[in-house]
Ligand binder design. Structure first.
Ligand code: GDP
Length: 463
């Protein structure tokens, strides 16, 4: 099941929160195989959400001077075991140097992080909550583990993570299931794997990211303003803080918006930093990431960074060029944009580039369609038999090289996951295969199975 690790320096309230979430179901803890004495694991419940929780609090009892090193190791272990991390700081103490160390670990491990400032009951923790923004891990939640405050907010942030992780787990076929003899027609039945359109209970999750003033708020307001709002914000969360559920041209969508956070932060010189980190966070929630560019200053460093991040995170990406109403020579500009796109973001080859005006609403229908199509491609599954027929053709057209006199044989291929599509190729000397050959295969997959613009993962395995 979905696993959440509670991490943070001693005394921030990890155990209190653990106990609150696990309650009496603590019997499950202890002596679980593979779980060290210092990591506690329990079955957590939060409203109707059920998940597993790991707590690193065991170490707080340790007194030896190697505590720091062990704490780091333990945290790293917990992060590796978990789908997401709840990083606690003490709202009353503010951000301490030790907190920065934990923030660093989480960043290095590329963890999905929920930042929370604990002990924030009443107004006591307001300053600490503000300070927590400086950790660059997105918007902090205010919690009181002891008094049970902020639990609805926590549930609100966790729900989409759990939903998403569960669909991903369902999709994943473990490698051990790959049957090397099973290459023929038996699989043809799954050739037509149907795309299940988003539903109100499984809305399409999008994030709108881009530099400040690109028009993100305007765009989101236009989308939800003109459509019926299906559900309002959950209690205690302002509409623009985290996400909003809407139906856009008949497609249920959850839009992760981060614009509200910048307004809350107030502090002008933190603006730049914040907009990057909240972009990062929104990307982690989303299935499709809309990178909104300002037509006057498109493809800025910040835009490129976030687009690249979205690709590396395996999200489907749609580029939207906003304020198109201001552009005089549209034809010329479009040519120029396409050239810049190809040159500056080659990793997103084939992703759609849509021109819009958030202000007037022009182009939003096309944006909607591009998002839906990107989502379909991102969910695509190709049957094993079709893949292997294809592989034979690719090998004939360009046989793999024979570095160091060793013939590399690519024997078999299968799709092991979707969202984004991931493939395993069984090869005789996978480590010798040049990157250019992998690129040849990825580009071929993209073309021949009609998967433009989605990240494609190719894993080479020896057999
Ligand atoms: P955000 O920081 O990305 O959320 O940007 P905002 O939505 O706050 O927009 C920044 C400014 O750009 C505002 O003054 C908007 O009115 C303006 N703006 C947004 N979209 C458009 C557009 O499509 N056309 C024009 N002309 N202005 C726009």
């Amino acid at each position: 099941s979905f696993t959440l690790a509670i991490v943070g320096r001693p005394n921030v309230g990890k155990s209190t929160l653990f106990n609150r979430l696990v309650g009496k179901r603590l019997a499950l803890v202890d002596d679980q195989p593979g779980v060290t004495r210092d990591l506690r694991e329990g079955a957590a419940r939060l409203g109707d959400l059920k998940f597993t929780i790991i707590d690193t609090a065991g170490l707080e009892m340790a007194t030896d001077e190697s505590l720091q090193g062990r704490m780091r190791m333990l945290t790293e272990r917990a992060v590796e075991m978990a789908d997401a991390c709840l990083f606690l700081i003490d709202a009353r103490a503010g951000v301490l140097p030790a907190d920065e160390i934990f923030a660093d670990i989480l960043r290095k491990k590329n963890a999905q992080v929920i930042l929370a400032a604990n002990k924030a009951e009443g107004k006591a923790g307001e300053a600490g909550l503000m300070e927590a923004y400086s950790l660059g891990l997105g918007e902090p939640l205010g919690l009181s583990a002891e008094h049970g405050e902020g639990m609805a907010d926590l549930a609100y942030v966790l729900r989409p993570m759990i939903d998403l992780a569960e669909t991903e787990h369902e999709d994943y076929t473990p490698e051990v299931d790959v049957d090397l003899t099973d290459t023929d027609e038996e699989h043809d039945e799954d050739e037509e794997v149907e795309y299940i359109p988003p539903t109100p209970s499984k809305p399409l999750q999008i994030a709108v990211v881009g530099r400040p003033n690109a028009g993100k708020s305007t765009l989101i307001n236009k989308i939800i303003g003109e459509e019926r709002l299906l559900t309002g914000p959950e209690a205690g969360i302002t509409r623009d803080a985290i996400s909003v559920m809407t139906e856009w041209s008949g497609t249920p969508m959850r839009i992760f918006d981060t614009a509200g956070m910048r307004k809350k932060a107030k502090i002008q010189d933190k603006l730049e930093k914040l907009s990057v980190s909240d972009g990062l966070r929104a990307v982690k929630f989303a299935e499709v990431v809309v990178v909104l560019l300002d037509v006057d200053i498109p493809f800025e460093q910040q835009d490129l960074r976030i687009a690249d991040l979205a690709e590396r995170e395996g999200r489907a990406v749609v580029l939207a060029v906003n304020k198109w109403d201001l552009e005089g020579d549209k034809q010329d500009k479009l040519k120029q944009l396409k050239e810049q796109f190809g040159r500056l973001l080659p990793q997103l080859r084939g992703a759609p580039l849509i021109t819009v005006s958030a202000l007037t609403g022009r182009g939003l229908e096309r944006l909607h369609d591009a998002i839906l199509e990107a989502h379909q491609v991102w969910n695509r599954r190709v049957s094993t038999s079709a893949l292997n027929r294809w592989l034979v053709g690719m090998l004939e057209q360009h046989p793999p090289p024979a570095p160091q006199g060793k013939r590399i044989k690519l024997r078999y291929m299968t799709q092991v996951k979707a969202r984004p599509p991931g493939f395993v190729v069984m090869a005789s000397h996978p480590d010798l295969l040049p990157a250019s050959y992998s690129r040849y295969l990825v580009n071929g997959l993209r073309e021949d199975f009609d998967m433009p613009g989605t990240p494609i993962r190719l894993f080479m395995r020896s057999q």
